[in-house]
Design a binder for this molecule. Structure first.
Ligand code: ADP
Length: 301
């Protein structure tokens, strides 16, 4: 197959590994910087142009769209879809997963376990909002944050009130969430490809840190999931319409709860922690399913 990896940087670990895994399996792999592409939309023959050439020969694309590039990146993926090219993740599903609130609303609709969560912008009723999630301790998050930045643990009602007031002054959207203390600063990253979890790791935050993000000094090890965790991860990816997803879970007293579903999960942490050839499994999935042609997203949100 001829497969394009839509990535801003050919040197990134995940991009390199996908290229390598594809080439090992005899596919013709090319890294395409989607920001440098332009599209011909208003024609009978939609095209994507890159470095002066029209890209029309690809059977499949693997989107690796940066979080800050969702708008243009998903437009390029959509253009390939219009051209009938198979995408490992469809543009709609990527957009959906990039909005944390939309993601939680979709998962809730499908009855998937979540921490009790409230959402606000400029409420005057801060006590009511805190009560919605069962009072302090609680976690307050900026909707637009990544890598654990803008995630605050408020241990007391008073601390929660001041943080929410401060965020209100900043004119931002915030999530207020039940604190899953029993997770003990760890989360589970489940790599879903197709309808299967193909690798999973436990990330543990640094000493005294409730956030498990590796960027914040956490460490990772392979872990065996329970059947319930496995099915929660698979159902979450499916609910979002993602074929390739990194589903983050916390182990709570009321079963696994989903934190986030990521449409471009990083491969370095999980491949190193588990020794599994995740890139190869993604390529195998595309080789098996990509040839069937583009399937259409049917999720109504
Ligand atoms: P980001 O998307 O910025 O990584 P997350 O919402 O995933 O932000 O939060 C970062 C980390 O903080 C999570 O991986 C988890 O370890 C911890 N965390 C987040 N929310 C909660 C919560 N409600 N209870 C306990 N720990 C949490």
């Amino acid at each position: 197959m001829k497969i394009a990896i839509l990535s801003q940087d050919a040197k990134l670990y995940s991009t390199r590994r996908l290229k390598e895994a594809g080439e090992d399996r005899g596919h013709d792999m090319r890294v395409v910087n989607y920001l440098r592409c332009y599209m011909n939309i208003a024609s009978h023959k939609p095209t994507v142009v890159y470095n002066g050439t029209t890209l029309e020969e690809f059977d499949a694309v693997i989107p690796r769209i940066g979080a800050s590039r969702t708008f243009y990146g998903t437009a390029v993926v959509r253009q390939f879809e219009v051209m009938g090219v198979f995408s490992a993740n469809e543009s709609q599903a990527i957009s959906r997963s990039r909005d944390k609130l939309r993601c939680l609303q979709i998962l809730a609709r499908d009855g998937i376990g979540l921490p009790v969560t409230g959402f606000a912008h400029a409420t005057q009723d801060i006590d009511g909002l805190i009560e919605t999630v069962g009072g302090a301790p609680l976690v307050i998050k900026l909707l637009e944050g990544t890598q654990g930045i803008g995630v605050v643990l408020a241990e007391t009602q008073q601390a929660a009130k001041s943080v929410i007031e401060a965020f209100r002054g900043l004119d931002v959207n915030i999530l207020v969430q039940e604190f899953i203390k029993e997770a003990k600063g760890a989360d589970l990253r489940c790599l879903v490809v197709g309808n299967k979890v193909i690798a999973s790791m436990k990330r543990q935050g640094a000493e005294g840190e409730f956030r498990s993000n590796l960027h914040r000094g956490g460490n990772a090890e392979a872990i065996k999931l329970t059947p319930e965790e496995r099915s929660t991860a698979v159902r979450s990816a499916k609910a979002m319409g993602l074929r390739v997803a990194g589903v983050d879970l916390l182990r709570s007293h009321h079963g696994p709860v989903v934190m986030e579903v990521n449409s471009s999960p990083g491969l370095e942490g999980i491949e190193k922690a588990t020794g599994i050839d995740v890139a190869g499994k993604i390529i195998d999935f595309i080789a098996k399913n990509g040839a069937a042609g583009a399937t259409r997203d049917r999720i109504p949100y």
